[in-house]
Design a protein around this ligand. Structure first.
Ligand SMILES: [Zn+2]
Length: 334
């Protein structure tokens, strides 16, 4: 049993309480490789932001859970080396799908886990989530549950249709399960293709697709039922058009990728939404930089020469999100 506190990680409890009270959100960035992790930590240190490093099923399959967990331990030391005396870094399991998986992550040193029973019938979701909470809380590990279903495909989490969270269920769910935070569905979705062109309207000036707005009425109804309770948004990449354009200009073929406009996420971050998950945008940033570098320097074959610029570009993206979208900059305790 690894005690996450011994390796310098923190859980989400204080972090979320401050974010809800302060009208900002904590960035939850997925990582599955060295360059992403370095870029996340550099961005968090430079902006003095708390940060959640999260690991999905796809990441565990790709990079190995043990290796990723030691990278997170290294991330704490790396942040200190970069000059941050007291980094606030959470190691979080994204979309845990069984009690056994959550338990193994907790034993390994994760400080926070998500148990995603949102695809199960309501009572089964409650029972599974309760079981994970009872186990996790013995070790002061925080737990995120989910009600409502997000559409889209990302890292083996997929659903054809989204179902908004029902505000009338949230009090019962939170009370019966004892979760520390709740992921809800209000129109965000996983992946880089969040909406079909038919769901969007066209901006008459730029010709670009504008997605339907998030269901802020559902969010407000949930906040009324659970005042001050930490709410989480998944699938909140914005799919920056510049990166999509760069990818397509250098041989890529991304068609009509559409994300959540940043104004809407800024608005959400000011509410009880205290954790915003961003994964696809980092993938787009990395791919755009790699494609551009390889196209411009066709003789290059040293991975550091194209992964380096990719790391720089991801770091810019993370800083932009922290400062301009989530507002978590300057929020470290000291
Ligand atoms: Zn998710």
């Amino acid at each position: 049993m690894v005690d996450y506190k011994q390796i310098g990680l923190v859980n989400t409890r204080d972090m979320f309480a401050k974010a809800v009270g302060g009208g900002y959100a904590i960035p939850a960035f997925n990582f599955n490789n060295l360059e992403q992790m370095q870029a996340i930590i550099m961005a968090a240190v430079e902006t003095k932001s708390p940060v959640i490093l999260q690991i999905s099923k796809g990441a565990r399959n790709y990079a190995n859970q043990t290796l990723l967990r030691y990278m997170a331990e290294g991330a704490v030391q790396y942040a200190k080396e970069l000059g941050c005396a007291h980094p606030e870094i959470v190691l979080h399991l994204d979309h845990g799908d069984s009690f056994e998986l959550c338990k193994s992550c907790i034993e390994m040193g994760f400080s926070s886990v998500m148990i995603d029973g949102s695809a199960l019938p309501y009572d089964e979701n409650v029972a599974l989530t309760r079981r994970v909470v009872d186990y996790a809380h013995q070790y002061d590990v925080t737990v995120e549950g989910e009600l409502g279903v997000l559409a889209g495909v990302e890292d083996e989490v997929s659903a054809a249709e989204s179902h908004y969270t029902k505000p009338e269920e949230v009090i019962d769910f939170v009370t019966k399960t004892g979760v520390d935070s709740l992921a809800i569905s209000i129109g965000t979705s996983h992946g880089a293709y969040k909406f079909t062109p038919e769901q969007c309207t066209k901006d008459p000036e730029t010709g670009r697709l504008l997605p339907p707005p998030l269901a802020f009425d559902v969010l407000e109804a949930i906040e009324k039922k659970l005042p001050g309770f930490p709410i989480v948004l998944h699938g909140s990449s914005s799919v920056p058009q510049e990166d999509v354009d760069t990818i397509n200009a250098y041989g890529g073929n991304l068609k009509a990728a559409v994300g959540i406009p940043e104004e809407q996420l800024r608005k959400a971050a000011k509410s009880a939404v205290c954790k915003i998950n961003i994964d696809s945008d980092s993938r787009l940033a990395m791919t755009a930089a790699v494609r551009k570098t390889l196209a411009e320097k066709p003789a290059e074959f040293d991975p550091r020469k194209y992964l380096g610029p990719a790391r720089d570009h991801m770091k810019e993206l993370y800083i932009h999100k922290i400062v301009n979208v989530l507002g978590s900059d300057g929020k470290l305790a000291q």
